[in-house]
Design a protein around this ligand. Structure first.
Ligand code: SF4
Length: 305
């Protein structure tokens, strides 16, 4: 019996290493991830706070719920196809949360210790996102090639791209579909351009790794039970590659001088760093200098937006 998703959990696909044997913990050199590239585009100062200063951010319960639901969907696809049912998925919530939160007291502290109903209500709200998922597709009819696939490739310009794909479906014809689950609470219209940027990022990485332009980029919005599919083409991905190179050059330039400027906008409402942002009367900490080895690393919370 094969459990495809857990078999590849944490697996790395790079341009130079074999898919089955590549270690997930290679020495890291600075790379661009979709989350950090989006941060820089949205607000260079936000990028600095997250990638250079690496200031901690207390997650919200909604972010944690996203992380949990992503983990449950990964575990669901590790089950035999016939067992991928809504009730079985909900049974996975509690053990997945225990495992994810085991070494993270800052996560468990979001819930009152003496009120177990808080966790129970929160798990119920995560179950509703799973219901939305099952309304969008039947996982018994799917056999993904990978879940939570770590991908990395270097462009001809030397820019290193790195990220995690929620799910990769490959048809018998070889056609690739990139799937991303969205669980965030930000209004969909605000997050949509950001989500499409992330999907094109993965499309470029997979195109460069496999020589095939993904047939479909699919976003599944579990909060409102809708999905969005997009078909990229090669000229578009070439142009997007140039956009990524330009973003990386702008990051390096700002990194040398420490000149990361705030760019206030609608998404400031979701920023954890308003208190130290000049646009909100705050003062950033002294610039610590360009970090080594890698300012672009994503976190599980990034992947759960
Ligand atoms: S509050 Fe807004 S402008 Fe300030 S760092 Fe955050 S995202 Fe940027």
């Amino acid at each position: 019996m094969s459990y495809p998703c857990l078999r590849v959990r944490g697996m790395t696909q790079t341009a130079t290493e074999d898919q089955e044997t590549a270690p997930a913990t290679a020495v890291r050199r600075p790379a661009l991830s979709p989350s950090r590239a989006s941060d820089f585009k949205q607000c260079p100062l936000l990028y600095r706070f997250r990638a250079v200063d690496r200031l901690p951010e207390t997650p919200t319960k909604a972010q944690l719920r996203g992380t949990l639901v992503h983990s449950v969907l990964e575990r669901l696809f590790a089950l035999p196809q016939s067992e991928r049912l809504p009730e079985r998925a909900k049974e996975l919530l509690e053990p997945a949360w225990s495992e994810l939160s085991a070494d993270r007291t800052e996560w468990t502290e979001l819930f009152a210790e003496d009120d177990q109903s808080q966790v129970a209500d929160w798990l119920t709200s995560a179950g509703k996102l799973l219901d939305s998922y099952f309304a969008l597709e039947d996982p018994r009819r799917l056999e993904p090639e990978a879940c939570e696939l770590h991908v990395e490739t270097e462009l001809d310009s030397g820019v290193l791209l790195r990220g995690y794909v929620d799910r990769l479906d490959v048809a018998p014809t070889g056609e690739i579909r990139v799937v991303d689950y969205k669980t965030g609470t930000a209004p969909r219209e605000i997050g949509e351009a950001k989500a499409m940027f992330q999907m094109k990022f993965y499309a470029v990485v997979l195109w460069r790794l496999r020589g095939i332009v993904p047939r479909q980029l699919k976003l599944m919005y579990l909060t409102d039970g809708q999905s969005l599919a997009y078909t990229p083409d090669e000229p578009e991905l070439r142009r997007f590659e140039r956009t990524l190179e330009a973003i990386w050059q702008a990051i390096l330039k700002a990194g040398k001088t420490g000149d990361f400027r705030p760019n206030p906008g609608k998404l400031c409402d979701w920023c954890a760093h308003q208190s130290r942002c000049p646009s909100f009367g705050g003062t950033p900490p002294e610039y610590p200098g360009w970090p080594e080895p890698d300012p672009g690393e994503e976190t599980p919370l990034d992947r759960a937006d």
